[in-house]
Design a binder for this molecule. Structure first.
Ligand code: PLP
Length: 362
């Protein structure tokens, strides 16, 4: 017997809403009477352009994106943005500030250093990235070309609960793992980017939101594919965009809409995270390594303190249909990624399983 569906706690690529998969399945050979799949159609065709424009409009409305911002659907993942942001913005003063709060912001910092002077505004590395620095802990340079941070640290399970105050310095933010989990004040940012495969769509499309006044500053050596201005001028279609992924993103946005948008999602995700964190607080076996004020509502790491027991937990959970609970290979332990598409039933099933495991392994 094969399993119909499991509760998939993967950090990414991760679960998609069942309704979205079913809708995509129903349209796989014939999208809206076109007689073809979205995978097969020209990106210049009217049927695709309608889909593209609607997806952009839905995103703009759901996230309340101001008119002086552009929405781009790019390729290369969030990782390409680690280079694209500096190549486009470093020209202002030749230096930038980075807050290093985990693996991905560190990778961005290393990439940024190829294009200018990158100052460490804060680093939580000495504390193994178990917390988010407060505003007062950020060493900010008022002449920085931009300030960079990662809103949710997928591997370490920490999340910024505030938007840093940087004066006139534009903020570049990696929101790959908490994008569309709550409302965001886009007007506070210069650039927001997010790889889709954590909380929005299959891997292959990267959402970028860029403020209008930051366009046209790229270094002369910037490849044309990496110029925000080119991509804005060409409406993300300097070359063929990731058509099918944009379609999937569109379906996810409709699903978000049907739940009541981002305010509703914020309540739902907070409720799911609370279930898990409340249990961790009372558990005598499992604990969270993250400082309570910095805990992520999307990625929840936990440990027993005994590596062999952690391994057994992951194995037994998998047999019970709770899969991909192993922590990132660099940190070990467990991690439950509970993105938008994880139903509350999945989190309840996990907590029940943990309770049971605890009793049996006292
Ligand atoms: C997964 C992830 C990335 C890397 O994304 P790619 O699309 O694989 O390049 C970057 N930042 C964060 C926060 C992530 O979770």
């Amino acid at each position: 017997m094969t399993k119909e569906r499991v509760f998939n706690f993967s950090a990414g690529p991760s679960m998609l809403p069942l309704e979205v998969l079913q809708k995509a399945g129903s349209e796989i050979t014939n999208y809206k009477g076109s007689g073809m799949s979205v995978m097969e159609m020209s990106h210049r065709s009217k049927v695709f352009m309608d889909l593209f424009d609607e997806t952009k409009a839905d995103l703009k409305r759901l996230l309340d994106v101001p008119d002086n911002y552009h929405i781009l659907f790019l390729q290369g993942g969030a990782s390409l943005q680690f280079a694209m942001a500096p190549m486009n913005l470093m020209t202002a003063t030749g230096k930038a500030d980075y807050a290093i709060t985990g693996n991905f912001s560190n990778l961005a910092y290393k990439e940024g250093k190829k294009f200018g002077v990158c100052n460490v505004a804060a680093t939580t590395a000495p504390a193994n990235h178990t917390y988010i620095p407060a505003q007062s802990e950020l060493k900010l340079d008022k002449d920085a070309s931009y300030f960079y941070y990662c809103a949710n640290n997928t591997i370490y399970g920490t999340e910024w609960k505030y938007i840093p105050e940087t004066g006139s310095v534009p903020i570049v933010c990696d929101m790959s793992s908490n994008m569309m989990s709550k409302p965001v004040d886009v007007s506070k940012y210069g650039i927001i980017f997010a790889g889709a495969q954590k909380n929005m769509a299959p891997a292959g499309v990267t959402l970028v939101i860029v403020r209008d006044d930051l366009l046209g500053r790229e270094m002369p050596t910037t490849p044309i594919m990496m110029s925000y201005k080119t991509m804005v001028d060409k409406d993300s279609m300097h070359n063929t965009p990731p058509c099918y992924n944009i379609y999937m993103l569109g379906l996810v946005l409709k699903w978000l809409d049907s739940l009541g948008g981002l305010k509703s999602m914020e309540k739902i995700k907070a409720e799911k995270a609370k279930l898990l964190y409340d249990f961790l607080a009372e558990s005598s076996l499992f604990k969270s390594p993250v400082r309570p004020d910095s805990r992520s509502d999307m990625n929840v790491p936990f440990v027993t303190g005994d590596e062999a027991l952690d391994k057994r937990f992951v194995k037994e959970a998998e047999a019970a249909g709770l899969v991909n609970l192993a922590g990132h290979r660099t940190v070990g332990g467990m991690r439950a990624s509970i993105y938008n598409a994880m139903p509350i039933e999945g989190v309840k099933a996990l907590v029940e399983f943990m309770k049971d495991f605890e009793v049996k392994n006292k």
